[in-house]
Design a protein around this ligand. Sequence first.
Ligand SMILES: [Zn+2]
Length: 315
Amino acid sequence: MPGTGLAQHSRFREHITGPNHPERPQRLVRIEAVLADSGLAAACSPLDISPVEMSLVERIHTRQYLDRLQQACATGMPTIDCADSVICADSFEIAQLATGSVIHAVEAVMTGRLKNAFCAVRPPGHHAERDRSMGFCLINNIAVAAQYLIDRHGLSRVLILDWDVHHGNGTQHSFEADPRVLFISLHGHPMHVYPGTGYAEERGTGDGEGFTLNLPMMPGADDAAYGQAFDDVVLPRIDEFEPEFVLLSAGFDAHRRDPLAPLSLDTESFGWMTDEVLAMARKHCDDRLVSILEGGYDLDALGECVTLHLRRFLD
Ligand SMILES: [Zn+2]
């Protein structure tokens, strides 16, 4: 019976962001440790790690941006486009590996070799725009994956659920005019939390109107607030859309202990949210679900949440 895939590799730690940067290699060191100690890693099928075909990435990002990113890494630039997108010499190559492993995961699930998968990759992707880096993100992993499912597998209803506490602006902008991708994001309210987009009024454009659903959450929003948002809005909209594939931008930074945002989810919140997403994938698309790590910056909370998240995949 197809099982759960896990993408993790020591190369993803070699995207070096310097001292005091929250998006640091230690995040994956912690995840690898807790998944090994809990026996969860051994229960998963390891996913191939190889660089993504750049023609797939160019469906989402401009050639000009990708050349600029490659050049910035090669010439030793410390950042690209903004002070928080720190790069090192290997960052471009590691970003290609991260996206490549997400594509492997999607392909394995789409062809039935795996039931579902979790990609413990970095750098993260959901802020990366068509022509620029933003917010620690270089290549938009999940957007490349969604476009791949449309182009290579002919899907016409791909769900991207993004529960990272920061709005997935890059993902939204990639598909805001495309009704084949339903983008649903729960995030800290743009008046209070980076990057300042993701108002409820942003609902998509042109043919894509109604296929972008933003649920901004106020500071202090807790388990009950998220539960209500799921019950009243998120789950009914997913049922209406009937996705053929579920992609999840899994950030764990809405946790109450996270240093980057003022929301108040508990570790257990990520357990029931995972259950809801798994149930939607089961109901609509034969379990097809790939979860991709985005944020999560308190190492203890991140380790607990990822453990619970992956345990639910295997239950
Ligand atoms: Zn985030």
